[in-house]
Design a protein around this ligand. Structure first.
Ligand code: PHB
Length: 397
């Protein structure tokens, strides 16, 4: 383990080295982005998608901006927070990375905060989605989304669609608790009833016993959050336990019907209603171009919401370097990122200058078969949704 003092000493040495005059001239024009992701282990699909999204951005926009050559340095943390922290330090101190990015799960994102704060480098949260992350360091900027951002619109939709009794079922860690809390707050605040709140372990979940509890409670619907990649197993066990046959509707955040694995879920996924910020089926010229280029570069792999976190996270870095005219100091970049707005494959987005969180549309979608493939087909839009946690705090609620 590193002590706090050792980290600070190592980081100041790194900063001093980085400001030494004149190395080889080409080195000064390289801007390294340290991309830390789970490339192995149970959440490797997140790493694969975020990296592919970041690479798609570079392929589409070139590797040079305001005279700086952008270099991605990709490192695998295998989904372990100690590794994420160690790699973040190593990237800043030894590699001279000017930005850190990636972070496939909340605990991994949280591990980077102290390093980003000490080294004064932006840390772009491209995947993790617990609301509170961005409050832990002023250097976090988020290009993914937050769970409350998706969960509140699902609750609103459920209330408007005759769903009165719900069981919540979430992974038992930050984003799951966020999804449960904010779905429940909206749903019960407007007259709905939560009959049971089930939390399942993050690691190696077996949903069968939990789904039995859901079935026994016979709600109108089960509201679910599970992290990207876990939805297939859930969907299989949802069908095996006969929940749909018992008339229990599946409503969820879009993490469950993740576009990367949706096709493999087959029949049981049909009709699932989810709220989320990105669908591969989103109908816009920007998204059509994105999906086509992404598939061509990745052996036909379909982009999911994690990939646009990577893609838009790279846009943040490019747009900031352009705005500072090539000043790559961490504080200058951070200031330039605040308030940026642009059109992403997911639709119009911006960075809230107060919270450094993303403001984005949340779309309601239904899983349908389209041209022989399962798709999240959008049917309603909640526009320019801010993270509800910070919005509530700002308005004193
Ligand atoms: C998270 O750990 O923050 C996380 C991971 C996967 C998701 C959403 C949130 O799909």
């Amino acid at each position: 383990m590193f002590t706090r003092r050792a980290i600070i000493a190592a980081l100041s040495a790194g900063v001093a080295m980085a400001t030494l005059p004149a190395g080889p001239s080409f080195a000064q024009d390289v801007f390294k982005v340290g991309l830390i992701l789970p490339m192995t282990g149970p959440f490797a699909s997140t790493g694969r998608q975020v990296e592919a999204g970041a690479r798609a951005y570079i392929a589409q926009h070139g590797d040079t901006v305001a005279g700086k050559k952008i270099e991605l340095v990709v490192r695998d943390d295998a989904g372990t927070a100690d590794q994420t922290r160690r790699i973040a330090q190593e990237l800043v101190v030894n590699e001279g990375a000017g930005a850190l990015a990636g972070f496939g799960l909340t605990p991994l994102a949280l591990a980077v905060g102290p390093v980003a704060t000490q080294a004064k480098v932006p840390a772009i949260v491209m995947a993790a989605a617990t609301s509170s992350i961005t409050e832990q360091s002023e250097f976090y900027v988020r290009s993914s989304g937050t769970l409350p951002q998706s969960a509140v619109p699902v609750a609103t939709w459920a209330l408007e669609n005759d769903i009165k009794k719900v069981v919540t079922l979430v992974s038992d860690y930050g984003p799951g608790i966020d999804a449960e809390t904010w779905f429940t707050r909206e749903f019960t605040g407007k007259g709905g009833e939560i009959v049971e709140a089930v939390r399942v372990p993050l690691q190696n979940p077996d949903f069968a016993p939990f789904l039995q509890r859901v079935r026994d409670a016979s709600p109108d619907a089960v509201f679910v959050f599970l992290p990207s990649g876990v939805g297939s197993l859930f969907m299989k066990q949802f069908a095996e336990r006969g929940l749909a046959d018992a008339g229990i509707k599946l409503i969820a955040t879009g993490d469950v019907t993740d576009d990367d694995i949706l096709n493999d879920m087959g029949q049981p996924a049909l009709g699932a209603i989810t709220g989320h910020f990105y669908a591969a089926a989103h109908d816009s010229p920007e998204n059509k171009a994105y999906v086509e280029a992404f598939k061509a570069a990745n052996k036909g792999m379909r982009p999911n919401f994690m990939s646009v976190g990577g893609y838009d996270g790279m846009h943040l870095i490019y747009a900031a370097i352009e705005a500072t005219k090539g000043d790559t100091g961490g504080e200058a970049l951070l200031e330039a990122m605040k308030g940026l707005s642009w059109t992403s494959p997911r639709g119009p987005i911006s960075i809230d200058p107060e919270t450094r969180d993303i403001v984005q549309n949340v779309y309601m979608r239904e899983v349908k078969e389209v041209d022989g493939e399962l798709q999240n087909v959008e049917f309603a839009t909640y526009e320019a949704v801010k993270d509800p946690v910070k919005a509530a705090a700002a308005s004193g609620n």
